[in-house]
Ligand binder design. Structure first.
Ligand code: ADP
Ligand code: TPW
Ligand code: MG
Length: 582
């Protein structure tokens, strides 16, 4: 039903006299979202939000229906990362809510702004645990897993409630927010004028946070004395959209930079200062490290140990909007608290016009190492082996991205992830999106959909066969909305490798799948294009065709089941027992 028609329907004649226009919870939520520029919803319909979804769609909001809430949630989370506005996920009560909650926790962990809006059951019945339809105390369950959680009980509070949710999601360190909307709220009717007045357009939802001048000076003093400085660019730097300031800082300082996975492309991986291919060298040998929107968590070995060249001491300068991040793992010599745009601009200003570039012998040593490593890799990427190995397949896909730097690369798996990250150069900011801080499997199709919808750009999703399985049903969603998504499944018959055997009994080993599966046939069920590619040449032709046509495509890239290694690059994290040698 169209928005206007709904309003008309609920417009009524006051017994006292003149006609009084009314509105309701359904319309107020829609109006509040639109007022704040939140024009896309990712979700799954059902009681009590089916009509809400219909009405939102009729009111001009793009409502994308998924096959599972977790994937809708991942789409919303990456929408938040890509746009700096909270991505909206909409679910039904209890089970739908729980399905979406994983993605909300993921958004919080990754510092992406997102709002999970769930319908919920009757408060009175839930609180007395009398067994309502899909009964669950959702607010209490959401709270420890997100940045903030709110419930709105009265239609008059919808405006302020959504404003709180928006601010909580995007200000300071971004994160996930839960918004609980009980079924009854949607049907509440109030005076339309009162409703209009109750709406809040959030002014400056993520205010600039300017660093203190003495903190800027301290950071520059540390940097100036460095002999072997290094800049690490994390996904916070990508998120901040301070692309020009970051480029200025890197180039003016002449310091080699190391992009974290989703920091790739902020400056091109082919930039002369990029140290991506000399990672171990720069982590080990640097003496001052500038962290820009990157935490010293497991992905950076907590800033200590062998990979950081200990026992040598190192000084860290850390830029982050979250003060508590400082000294979380090691001492931070120069904490710089503020938003990345403001902090990096302040550093550039403070460097003045005669800032000395990083020592040439250091930059030279880094470039030498990088060039050696790149040269070592090059012939492997050109192999045309059948069955394909990861390198042969990725050599092809690397060129696809080089020729289409605007395309978005989604990536998950173990070997399929680690090798893609190392091999495929990125050229522009926010074009690589992947498993993030948790190394989670299942973001694939949700991210692909979110990225295609938010950016309008073609998407290439490089997926391990296991990784794909976590969200594979959403290829129907991709076909239904005719999104320009090309999914390439690196099919090595299983998790890590397809060669494992069960030591006892007839069941297959725990890490293997049906051998020779044809994932390409799945998409044909939905009228998409399916291709089985057994050689790099076939893969190249199929991917180029998909990227050029924009037709939903799924390519089953047959990879040698013996090509991968256990857990990809992080096999060292598997627990070991002295009792049992692997
Ligand atoms: P990576 O995994 O790429 O190393 P992390 O997710 O560990 O990156 O780190 C991102 C960091 O960026 C978080 O600590 C977060 O607080 C910070 N951050 C996010 N947005 C901003 C911003 N606009 N300004 C400053 N810091 C930010
Ligand atoms: C939600 C554990 C990490 S990587 C992986 C799993 C199951 C799949 C690796 O196989 P794939 O890639 O995708 O075929 P490849 O190329 O090495 O064969 N559940 C969740 N998240 C994680 N990380 C796991 C399980 C895991
Ligand atoms: Mg696999």
């Amino acid at each position: 039903m169209a928005d206007a028609a709904v309003k008309e329907k609920i417009a009524t004649t006051d017994a006292a006299g003149p006609e009084r226009e009314l509105t309701d919870g359904f319309n107020l939520v829609i109006d509040a979202l639109k007022l704040n520029g939140l024009n896309t919803i990712y979700g799954v319909p059902g009681i009590p939000i089916t009509d809400f979804g219909r009405m939102a769609q009729a009111a001009g909001i793009r409502v994308l229906s998924f096959r599972h809430e977790q994937n809708a949630g991942y789409a919303a989370s990456i929408a938040g990362f890509l746009t700096k506005k909270p991505g909206i996920c909409l679910t039904v009560s209890a089970p739908g809510f729980l399905n979406g909650l994983t993605a909300l926790a993921h958004a919080t962990t990754n510092c992406f702004p997102m709002i999970l809006i769930s319908g919920s059951s009757e408060r009175e019945i839930v609180d007395l645990q009398q067994g309502d339809y899909e009964e669950m105390d959702q607010l209490a369950i959401a709270k420890p897993l997100c940045k903030a959680a709110y419930r709105i009980l009265h239609a008059q509070d919808i405006g302020i409630g959504l404003a709180r949710a928006i601010r909580a999601a995007v200000s300071g360190r971004p994160g996930g927010v839960y918004l609980d909307l009980p079924a009854k709220l949607f049907g509440q009717v109030i005076d339309a004028e009162e409703g209009r007045k109750s709406l809040v357009k959030v002014i400056d939802p993520a205010p600039a946070q300017i660093p203190a001048p003495d903190a800027v000076k301290r950071a520059l003093d540390v940097l100036k004395n460095a002999k072997r400085p290094l800049i690490i660019l994390g996904k916070g730097a990508s998120y901040s959209q301070a692309d020009d300031a970051i480029r200025n800082f890197v180039e003016k300082s002449g310091v080699p930079f190391l992009p974290m996975s989703m920091g790739k492309g902020l400056l091109p991986d082919t930039h002369p200062q990029c140290a991506g291919a000399a990672r171990s060298t720069v982590l080990k040998d640097s003496d001052v490290v500038v962290l820009i929107g990157a935490r010293l968590n497991w992905l950076l070995s907590h800033g200590k140990g062998k990979s950081w060249g200990e026992p040598h001491s190192k000084k860290f300068i850390q830029i982050d909007i979250e003060p508590k991040e400082m000294d979380s793992n090691v001492e931070i010599a120069a904490p710089l608290i503020g938003d990345i745009g403001s902090c990096v601009s302040a550093l550039v200003d403070g460097m003045g016009s005669s800032w000395p570039k990083a020592p040439a012998d250091w930059m030279g040593a880094v470039s030498k190492k990088r060039d050696e490593n790149v040269a070592k890799m090059a012939p492997r990427l050109m192999n045309n082996n059948v069955p394909m190995d990861y390198h042969g397949a990725l050599g092809v896909l690397r060129t696809v991205i080089k020729e289409r730097p605007d395309a978005i690369l989604v990536n998950e798996g173990a070997n399929a992830l680690d090798l893609t990250r190392g091999i495929i150069d990125m050229y522009k900011p926010r074009k690589r999106i992947d498993v993030g801080t948790w190394g989670v499997m299942g973001i694939g199709m949700g991210y692909a959909i979110g990225a295609a919808v938010e950016t309008g750009k073609p998407v290439l999703a490089i997926e391990g066969d296991s990784a794909f399985g976590f969200s594979g049903m959403e290829i129907e969603t991709i076909c239904r909305y005719k999104l320009p998504v090309c999914v390439v499944i690196f099919n090595n018959d299983g998790i890590y490798r397809g060669t494992d055997v069960n030591a006892l009994g007839t069941d297959p080993a725990t890490t293997v799948f049906v051998k020779g599966s044809r994932y390409d046939k799945m998409i044909e069920a939905f009228d998409g294009v399916g291709v089985n590619a057994t050689s790099p040449d076939e893969l190249r032709r199929a991917v180029n065709a998909a990227m050029d046509s924009g037709k939903p495509t799924l390519i089953n890239a047959v990879i040698d089941p013996a090509a991968g290694s256990e857990s990809g690059r992080i096999g060292n994290l598997n627990p070991q027992s002295k009792l049992r040698k692997k």
